[in-house]
Design a protein around this ligand. Structure first.
Ligand code: NAP
Length: 486
């Protein structure tokens, strides 16, 4: 079961009120859940600023972690991220600790919310992979003048998020899933994500599927957002386009989100702690209320979710009680008064706004094996060595050719920031101190003693920051080429 039911029939949820405006908006959501009579039992726990102040570096105390492990469902307000080096974000700690691999951001036009897209019927969901990509990277200062980060895309992680997107489409009665990647440039990482998407799409013939390059996806979102239904994408792309999509329907005050994993689901509004409004009873709780509605659906409380959603929509449509971000200071009511108005509207339905036909979502099974893709053949065909040097590429090339000596290798090329500079250099290139030197085998395969001897010889002349074996798997190169490389 994805959640825990007490002997009294209540569904257990860990509640983290959070920092800044968090407690006010969480109170608003909890009052609505109570008023609608949903059978929820809260375990109130702490995370964020007060915990950091106690010296707990993760921002999440043990009893909060223990509660989440038990309840498996979290409703949380925003948490303050300490500014400065060395401190982690409590949000990131929670997401990583419980491997909530799917970040879901529904984006739907709401009544009375002023936006340039009014009347366009925007109703889409961004499904963002939440663990991998550049967020899984360890960053390095590889040479004196260059920093790097490795982008990590796994078959397993991609398969999981893509299946989740199709399952979400089915659960919400949606017709189309669009995959958005940068596969035209990042052929092995983003390109793999696209290929896995195309394979899995065949298993969902009831759902239409297509692929867009991420930059065109951003352009299309601004130009014709109504064409989208579900967008599935890698972590960094998703970070950017989900914020862009929220902006189309009114921005942060209206953007809910859910983070789904195999063990735990964490529901939180997209916005932060808005510290300047903390304790003033003026903030808009809509994003938090819609977040609580997502949680209720996850807990199979579909009726309670729809009743709250409809009461919120009726309140927005009537426009009699709205917060300052929607109607300005003069006409605004407080957070509490806005919540009271929604409570008074519980049971009413909008004449124009229909809730989607939600059903329970099936979270894709976890695969037990480490490596769901196993090449039948693998060969080490070469080696890339990152060399630090402040010489022109011709000089580095000549030195490296000399260092190869009797080894069964040839210096295939040197590239600088992705562009080939040796054996043929483009003189317009602005060089830095970071040179990727690619050596290819002159025999069938490069052996480890050859690699070690080469690196040892290079060390006599240059610092090196990184060594990467070049694999060929099932006849396909496991590496991309530099611009200008044959
Ligand atoms: P923020 O708290 O989201 O606030 C930025 C601005 O967005 C506010 O000043 C306000 O705009 C508007 N806003 C946000 N929530 C609103 C709401 N419910 N109703 C109406 N307007 C709302 O972003 P921030 O100032 O960059 O971040 C503050 C802290 O929150 C930081 O410590 C950050 O790390 C943290 N944070 C936490 C989370 C999370 O817990 N998931 C997410 C993001 C940020 P106006 O000034 O125009 O009125």
């Amino acid at each position: 079961m994805k959640y825990v039911v007490t002997p009294e029939g209540k569904k257990l949820v860990t509640l983290i009120p959070g920092d800044g405006i968090g407690p006010e908006i969480v109170e608003s959501a909890c009052r609505l859940i109570e008023a609608v009579g949903a059978p929820i039992e809260w375990e109130v726990r702490r995370a964020g600023a007060s915990v950091f102040r106690e010296g707990i570096a993760s921002g999440v105390p043990d009893d909060t972690i223990e509660s989440i492990k038990r309840t498996r469902v979290v409703l949380k307000g925003p948490l303050e991220t300490p500014i400065g080096y060395g401190e982690k974000s409590a949000n990131v700690t929670l997401r990583k600790l419980f491997e909530t691999f799917a970040n879901v951001r529904p984006v739907r036009e709401l009544p009375s919310v002023p936006t340039p897209y009014r009347g366009r019927n925007i109703d889409l969901v961004v499904v963002r992979e939440n663990i991998e990509d550049l967020y899984a990277a360890i960053e390095y200062r590889e040479t004196a003048g260059v920093t790097t980060a490795h982008k990590l895309i796994s078959y397993k992680g991609s398969e999981k998020i893509i299946r989740f997107a199709f399952e979400l489409a089915r659960a919400e009665g949606r017709r189309k899933v669009t995959c958005a990647t940068k596969s035209n440039i990042l052929k092995l990482t983003e390109g793999w994500f696209q290929h896995i998407f195309e394979d899995i799409a065949r298993e969902y013939p009831d759902i239409e599927s297509n692929h867009l390059i991420i930059d065109n996806c951003a352009h299309q979102l601004v130009k014709a957002p109504e064409q989208f239904d579900v967008i599935v994408t890698t972590n960094l792309n998703g970070d950017i386009i989900s914020d862009l999509a929220s902006g189309l329907v009114g921005g942060l005050g209206f953007a809910p989100s859910g983070n789904y994993g195999h063990e735990v689901a964490i529901f939180e509004p997209v916005h932060g702690t808005a510290p300047k409004y903390a304790g003033k009873n003026v903030i808009n709780p809509t994003a938090m209320i819609l977040t609580a509605v997502m949680m209720l659906r996850y807990l199979d409380e579909f009726e309670a979710a729809e009743t709250i959603e409809q009461a919120l929509i009726v309140t927005l449509e009537e426009g009699k009680a709205l917060t300052r971000d929607v109607v300005g200071d003069e006409r605004a009511v407080s957070t509490t008064a806005f919540t009271d108005a929604i409570i008074a509207n519980l049971g009413r339905r909008s004449a124009t706004w229909t809730s989607r036909p939600y059903r329970p979502i099936r979270i894709p099974e976890q695969r037990p094996e480490f490596d769901p893709v196993r090449p039948a053949q693998r060969r080490t065909v070469g080696i890339d060595v990152i060399v630090e040097a402040s010489e022109p590429p011709d000089a580095i090339g000549a030195t490296l050719e000399g260092l190869i000596g009797d080894l069964p290798l040839r210096l295939h090329l040197i590239s600088s920031r992705g562009l080939q500079v040796y054996p043929e250099a483009d003189t317009r290139i602005d060089y830095v101190d970071h040179w990727r030197c690619r050596f290819l085998a002159t025999e069938s395969e490069v052996t480890i003693p050859t690699v070690l001897t080469l690196v040892e010889r290079i060390s006599t002349r240059y610092r090196w920051g990184h060594v990467q074996l070049l694999y060929e798997m099932d006849g396909q190169p496991g590496f991309t080429k530099a611009q200008g490389e044959d």
